[in-house]
Write a protein that binds this ligand. Structure first.
Ligand code: GAL
Length: 639
């Protein structure tokens, strides 16, 4: 099937008489789907237990009569005033103990029974009403769990739920005390109810407790999701179920949430990010979460209200964003929103139509995308040969204790991904514990938490010809976030890599002026002496056991020590990076692993439904390049 285009529409924001005109304009733009109702709880249940679905039914009829397919959403991101008034404890509590006020959205805490019950009631009523409606093709549960730092709540309901979650995870207090090392600072627990949750303290609380609180909070929303899904499966047979994920969002373990869904969706707002490479990374992550195409459930159509500078979106950009998403595996792109809102918090958010209902730039570009797609066969994403491991728990552990201020797991993953993106080599993301069969290269960034057994799987795969690249800060901690007592890198990695970490060091940022000569250094040299690299943030002195040194530190306190090693394994190899190169691309070039695209264009090879290979070339820059205009796309059928 060719990719679908669509939009988010709020019939409740516009007079009934307008709906048919809007539906006709959507069709003229080439849109086929429309997403409805994710914030309309107040209209569907105006009073507790009194339901009104007539207006939505009428909107669905009008839209589907125009030939549009409908995606319905459960409205549980926006509990109505009667609910928060009757049960003020539904509202989340922030880390400092403040209960948030109602009046925005996502104010509810997933642990509160009154919210859970009300959410399930409206979901059940809604899906009983529309579950088998012929125009409804699928469901989005809720909207963007966690947006605005809302995954974790610190209320008493959460405290009790966390304690119960811990009892189930550890089975006994002895096991928990041992796993967390509670003898540190006199924290041995003899009663589950004595276990604290994160809060404001004069010094940090246990990193084990805080990591488990992140796991619990993510699980809590997964449970909330699962409850709604059970109802949707029961009353909406044959309809798919999804939820819309975000970029740079890691308060939820998306690998786990994705297991509940038929496919994942992603809300693509490239503004506010560093570059198109980061968007590509996230698109690939979304594909990888279920190893299948995903939906872009919201696509930025122009400037957005929430950006502190609201930069302009140049002509051509929306079309390029859309084609980038499709090239990375989106099977639908739904623009947010159809018409710019005339009231509420997002009046300065662009729509496909302006306030005055005339087409905005995004409308014309959606139309251009529809015309592009009409000329193309189905294009699908072929298998990638490179896998990058990505793990939320590793990210959390490092975020809780970065050690070096600028050490961010996401930045490390992005820096490694960028090397492949700049060389136009497609990448999949893989979870911890993965079997990399089918891949040539596996990159393992800062896999700090030990996963028993994983190193053996990776060794066997490398023996058969794989290239395993593991970075610093891997195999350092047990799953409960306490240091391993085996030599680093632990969890069996030391044997696979043929190396031990003798010592590790944070590399202070250049603007850190204390003890200026006490620095690990900044430069590395290949053992042949021919190649030089610089590094920052982290440096480990390595003692190879069976590996050969590839690079040594050149200056500073670590001068002469080994920084990067290679171990031959069967017909493959295992590389250990002891430090964070400032330019990973330089390392990959020096080793002859990859070369970047000279024209700096993004080129994606896709398999055409016509049996041919196709190349999509995207110019993300305003400057023309390689026959393409600024912000332009080319589709080529390869001979
Ligand atoms: C998304 C959200 C939408 C809308 C949009 C604005 O995160 O799901 O409801 O707020 O941002 O860009």
């Amino acid at each position: 099937m060719p990719p679908l285009l669509g939009c988010a529409y709020y019939p409740e924001h516009w007079p009934t008489e307008r709906w048919a005109t809007d539906a006709a304009l959507m069709r003229e733009a080439g849109l086929q789907v429309v997403r409805l109702a994710e914030f309309a709880w107040d209209r569907m249940e105006p009073q507790p237990g009194h339901y009104d679905f007539g207006w939505l039914e009428q909107a669905i009829t009008t839209l589907s009569d125009a030939g549009l397919q409908i995606v319905l959403c459960t409205p549980t991101a926006t509990p109505p005033p009667w609910l928060t008034h009757t049960h003020p404890d539904i509202c989340r509590v922030t880390l400092d103990g403040t209960r948030v006020s109602p009046g925005a959205r996502r104010q509810a805490c997933a642990s509160v029974p009154a919210y859970q019950e009300a959410a399930l009631r409206i979901t059940e009523q809604m899906v009983r009403h529309f579950g088998e409606h012929p125009a409804v093709i699928g469901w989005q549960v809720d909207n963007e769990f966690g947006v605005g730092e809302t995954t974790r709540c610190y209320c008493d309901h959460c405290r009790r739920a966390f304690q119960d979650w811990l009892a189930e995870r550890y089975g006994s207090l002895d096991a928990l005390n041992a796993a967390w090392g509670t003898q540190f600072w006199s924290m041995t627990y003899h009663d589950w109810r004595h276990i604290p949750i994160p809060g404001i303290t004069n010094e940090p609380q246990s990193p084990s407790m805080r990591l488990d609180y992140r796991r619990f909070s993510s699980d809590n929303w997964r449970r909330f999701l699962r409850q709604q899904i059970a109802l949707l499966r029961q009353y909406a047979p044959g309809r798919w179920i999804t939820h819309n994920f975000m970029i740079r969002h890691w308060s939820l373990d998306y690998w786990q949430l994705a297991q509940e869904l038929d496919f994942v969706s992603y809300d693509n707002y490239p503004h506010g990010l560093s570059d198109p490479c980061e968007v590509a990374l996230n698109l690939d992550l979304m594909w990888s979460l279920k190893r299948r195409p995903f939906w872009v459930m919201e696509q930025q159509p122009g400037p957005v209200n929430w950006h502190p500078q609201r930069p302009p979106v140049p002509a051509g950009q929306v079309r390029v964003w859309t084609h980038q998403a499709i090239a990375h595996g989106a099977e639908a792109v739904v623009y947010f929103r159809f018409r710019a809102g005339r009231f509420g918090q997002e009046q300065y958010h662009t729509g496909l139509l302006k306030w005055d209902a005339t087409p905005d730039q995004g409308y014309h570009e959606a139309q251009a995308v529809a015309a592009d797609l009409a000329r193309l066969p189905d294009l699908t994403r072929p298998a990638s040969r490179v896998g990058i491991v990505f793990d939320y728990h590793d990210l959390w552990s490092i975020e809780l204790e970065p050690v070096q201020r600028d050490f961010r797991y996401w930045d490390l993953v992005l820096a490694l991904y960028r090397v492949f993106w700049e060389a136009n080599v497609p990448v999949d993301f893989l979870p911890r514990g993965c079997d990399p069969t089918g891949y040539d290269t596996l990159i393992v960034p800062a896999a700090i938490l030990i996963h028993p057994g994983e190193a053996d799987t990776w060794r066997e795969w490398a023996m058969r010809g794989g290239r395993l690249i593991v970075t610093f800060r891997s195999g350092v901690r047990e799953p409960s976030n306490i240091a391993t007592e085996t030599p680093l890198p632990g969890g069996g990695l030391s044997e696979v890599l043929g190396v031990r970490v003798q010592s590790f060091s944070a590399v202070p940022a250049p603007d850190f002026h204390e003890w200026p000569e006490h620095r690990p250094g900044t430069r590395l040299q290949s053992v042949s002496g021919a190649e030089v690299l610089t590094y920052h943030r982290w440096a480990e002195a390595l003692a190879p056991t069976t590996a050969e040194p590839l690079y040594r530190y050149q200056d500073g306190l670590l001068a002469g020590q080994v920084a990067i090693t290679r171990q031959r394994l069967g017909s493959g190899e295992a590389i250990y990076l002891g430090c964070w190169p400032t330019d990973f691309g330089a390392l990959f070039r020096q080793q002859g692993w990859l070369t970047p695209d000279p024209a700096r264009l993004e080129r994606v090879l896709l398999q055409g439904g016509d049996g041919a290979q196709w190349r999509v070339t995207l110019n993300h820059s305003l400057q023309p390049a390689d026959g393409l205009g600024g912000l332009d796309v080319r589709f080529e059928r390869l001979p």
